[in-house]
Design a protein around this ligand. Structure first.
Ligand SMILES: *Cc1c(COP(=O)(O)O)cnc(C)c1O
Length: 357
């Protein structure tokens, strides 16, 4: 009922996957759709990614994999970290592909009658999860002794978007430690895949790129991507206020002139960050307008000065309008974070609407 939504362009997802697949070919695209498809909606994104040429999917949690299965997705789904070991029966029942890096989990999987392939994860420098190079041979032996088939071996980069030297060290360490031939070797995330041809191997795990976002400036020269998410609302209230008025909580800004101030029905509970109160802007009528005061939980005020604006006019918070664009990267720069966090933080109260299905 509230005219606020995130518009997800599934055509953009398909084209982004196809463009990345073209760059990394013959390596395959595994579409990473964890965290509800980076806030875009997991099942619709997964289906669009498969249509665009992805051959497999990856998630962070067992429950995310189950959601995709419940949506009717039959492609391979890799769970990128070991879950609570007690979920081994669910992995088996839903035919999800686990990552393994402890002998305990290998034991749990085999006790649960898990019959599929597993992917063994080596820690080459990220130091989040994975088995250390020192313990690799022993782990491989434990996995085999539990009768599990090793379909994949992989690692994860810590700084592929910013440190080529460290990333090359991770690649070299992987090659030094892993001397086995398995069906699917995979090292790279989006920046690794785009910037390190040597890291492409059989498959790359592509998250950010499929959503049309770049992990760093360097990848822009490698592939053209189109952001899939726009955040849209409509003007819900219009007032004319005298110069010097300080709208909203905290009364942080005074209007420089007599101005039209409009209210939009979106706030920090939706992922429109309160820290954008000073620097944030929105697009109305194809023009950029600054916020007139603090972002509140459900509503925000915009200073449109003398622009002619009416209740119901469309407002773009992220996306294009006329010749103007506001990107997730712009929010990220202003907030001192990365676009990954921006799209993930558009809240569950904002419905996703899909275009170009
Ligand atoms: C999230 C994740 C990815 C995807 O990373 P992007 O930079 O979004 O492409 C790949 N691999 C692992 C292990 C991850 O956790």
């Amino acid at each position: 009922m509230r005219p606020t939504w995130a518009e997800i362009d599934l055509g953009a997802i398909r084209r982004n996957v196809a463009a990345i697949a073209d760059v990394i070919s013959p390596s395959e695209v595994c579409a990473v759709v964890k965290a509800d498809g980076y806030g875009h909606g997991d099942a619709p994104v997964a289906m669009a990614a498969i249509d665009g040429g992805a051959t497999r999917l990856a998630v962070a949690l067992v429950e995310e994999g189950i959601r995709l299965r419940e949506a009717g997705i039959e492609d391979q789904i890799i769970v990128l970290s070991e879950p609570d070991h007690e979920t081994a029966p669910e992995l088996a029942a839903w035919e999800l592909t686990p990552s393994v890096y402890t002998a305990d989990f290998a034991h749990a999987l085999s006790s649960a009658g898990f019959a599929g392939g597993v992917h063994v994860k080596l820690d080459t420098g990220m130091h989040r999860v994975g088995v250390s190079p020192h313990d690799w041979p022993e782990l491989i032996e434990a996995v085999r002794s539990h009768g599990l088939a090793i379909e994949g071996v992989f690692t994860h980069f810590a700084v592929a978007d910013e440190d080529p030297e460290f990333t090359q060290m991770q690649i070299d360490l992987f090659d030094e430690v892993v001397d086995m031939d398995v069906p699917v070797t995979h090292l790279a995330n989006t920046p690794g895949a785009l910037l390190f041809p040597d890291a492409r191997r059989d498959m790359c795990r592509i998250g950010l790129g499929i959503y049309g976002l770049h992990p760093c400036a360097d990848t822009r020269a490698v592939v053209d991507l189109v952001p899939a998410m726009s955040v849209i609302t409509h003007v819900s209230h219009v007032q004319r206020l005298p110069a010097g008025t300080r709208p909203s909580y905290g009364r942080i800004k005074a209007l420089e002139q007599e101005s039209t101030v409009v209210t939009i029905p979106i706030g920090y509970a939706d992922g429109f960050w309160r820290n954008l109160s000073e620097s944030g802007r929105v697009l109305i009528g194809g023009q950029s307008h600054p916020l007139a005061g603090t972002v509140t939980m459900d509503q925000t005020v915009i200073d449109v000065r003398d622009t002619d604006v009416a209740v119901g006019d469309q407002v773009v918070l992220v996306g294009d309008q006329g010749d103007e664009t506001i990107t997730a990267d712009e929010w990220a720069d202003k907030l001192g974070t990365i676009s990954y966090e921006i799209v993930c933080s558009i809240g569950p109260r904002v419905p996703r609407r899909y275009s170009n299905e």
